[in-house]
Design a protein around this ligand. Structure first.
Ligand code: FES
Ligand SMILES: [Fe+2]
Length: 462
């Protein structure tokens, strides 16, 4: 660096590549997945580039940052990001890293009415729109070559909201958020639009670490109700006074749906998951709202509001509609995640009902919650055991329900009968492989996981 020239401070968004050798680790012909995808460092680095560098990732709920200058800090992959409400009401997101030497410019997790962010190291300060607004006031201001106007915190390339949920992508060429979801919004609306006043997060964010690969919890929520029968048996005994009943009668009313790797598995039992929060009053409340939800969403989706159901939005954002828990599995290397958890409720709910949801989610899906502890241990041992030198050469079995696909004209997406099924997990890994293989969005949006050519008549018919 002996020739001194002016830096080019324009934001740079890394391009995707193509990793067919990693994509081939998902064998869709045999419904099996190679264990390397859960521990290999090179694969993990490729995930950061191919998946977390391109996908729309969950950032925040709008209710967390209602006023100008309100902000939260989160992660996109391993990149630290500030999400902040602008003066014009829009939401901006920026890398939390000073363009001078890279220090964090924001150290706290959330705040209100910030006027800007000041770097601790040499004092550069940035407006809530990310622009450099000040330095130490002496040295830089007298340097004739210093181009203050050209310096900004790197903006997240695109930020958009869907019914209160804010997402961002580092890829300027990514399709719109609406296209990214496709008709999967039909299912998201079970949670986000069963009431005209919309939703909010309550009670802050809980963070905890689990020593597992990020894909284990994502695949669990995308379609593994099977584990509940066994893993959560004792927790269910404690709360419900009986085990989890997933017998044949249960599965007759259940299905799995997948679109672009996003997936939901659900029963139509109205309140199966809400019951596990342990408050009969909550179950009564969900029943009391059923007719209103039915008018708004139609019968199928109204039955899903409190049902035994779980969902992952590809790649790492998951929720349980009936239990009101929303979470992101933030990757921290191939063997660790930081779990961010929130409770989502309808704004119109009475305060005491909101409080019961908050307590119920803490009792079940928080670091001290009975179901979270059940799951976390399994995911940690899946991750550790898969690393064994001989173990890692053995395939994993994802073949439950390989002939269960059905034609379901009233349900958007790829539909499989019964939710005791690996179908959504197969789509999830197929999507993962598509992200590894393709370096462009036109291939990604027309790949095997794209929604089948049917007009989602369920939307119009109900
Ligand atoms: S690293 Fe931020 S001002 Fe120097
Ligand atoms: Fe679980």
């Amino acid at each position: 660096m002996c020739k001194a020239g002016r830096p080019d401070m324009k934001p740079a968004y890394p391009q995707a590549g193509s990793y067919p050798q990693f994509a081939d680790l998902v064998d869709t012909e045999r419904s099996q997945v190679d264990r390397k995808v859960f521990h290999d460092e090179a694969i993990y680095q490729a995930e950061l580039r191919q998946i977390f560098g391109r996908a729309w990732l969950f950032l925040a709920h709008e209710s967390q940052i209602p006023g100008a200058g309100d902000f939260v800090r989160t992660k996109m992959g391993e990149d630290d990001v500030i999400v902040v409400r602008q003066r014009d009401g829009k939401i901006g997101a920026f890398l939390n890293s000073c363009p001078h030497r890279g220090n964090r410019v924001c150290m706290v997790d959330a705040g209100k009415k910030a006027r800007g962010f000041i770097c601790n190291y040499h004092g550069w300060s940035f407006g809530i729109d990310g622009r450099l607004v000040g330095t130490d006031g002496k040295v830089y201001d007298t340097d004739p070559d210093f181009e203050k106007h050209a310096i900004t915190l790197t903006p997240v390339a695109q930020v958009a909201s869907y019914k209160g949920l804010v997402f961002g992508t580092f890829d300027p060429n990514a399709p719109s958020l609406a296209d990214w979801f496709g008709p999967f919004t039909w299912y998201l609306d079970v949670m986000l639009d069963n009431d005209p006043e919309g939703t909010e997060f309550i009670g802050g964010c809980i963070r905890s670490e689990i020593e597992c690969n990020w894909k284990f919890p994502a695949e669990n929520f995308v379609g593994d109700i099977l584990h509940a029968y066994w893993t959560h048996q004792s927790g269910a005994q404690a709360i419900l006074g009986g085990g989890v009943d997933l017998g044949p009668q249960y599965d007759e009313r259940a299905f799995q749906a997948s679109i672009y790797g996003h997936g939901i598995e659900t029963n139509l039992d109205k309140t199966g998951n809400t019951k596990t929060l342990g408050y009969p009053e909550l179950v009564d409340y969900v029943f009391s709202q059923y007719d209103k939800a039915k008018d708004r969403l139609g019968e199928t989706r109204a039955r899903m509001v409190g049902a035994i159901s779980s969902c992952t939005v590809f790649p790492n954002f998951s929720f349980l509609p009936g239990q009101a828990t929303f979470r992101v599995w933030q990757p921290k290397g191939p063997n660790k995640i930081e779990l961010y958890t929130w409770t989502l409720v309808n704004k119109s709910m009475p305060e005491h009902i909101k409080e019961l949801y908050r307590r119920g989610t803490m009792m079940t899906f928080s670091p001290g919650g009975v179901f979270e502890m059940d799951d976390g241990e399994n995911w940690e041992y899946c991750t550790k055991a898969n690393e064994g030198w001989v173990t890692r050469h053995q395939p994993l079995h994802y073949a439950l329900g390989i002939s269960s696909k059905i034609d379901a004209p009233d349900l958007p997406g790829h539909i499989h009968r019964g939710s005791l099924n690996d179908a959504n997990q197969r789509y999830f890994y197929t999507r993962w492989a598509e992200f590894m293989r393709f370096d462009n969005w036109s291939d990604l949006m027309t790949a095997e996981t794209a929604p089948p050519a049917k007009a989602a008549p369920g939307v119009a018919a109900e």
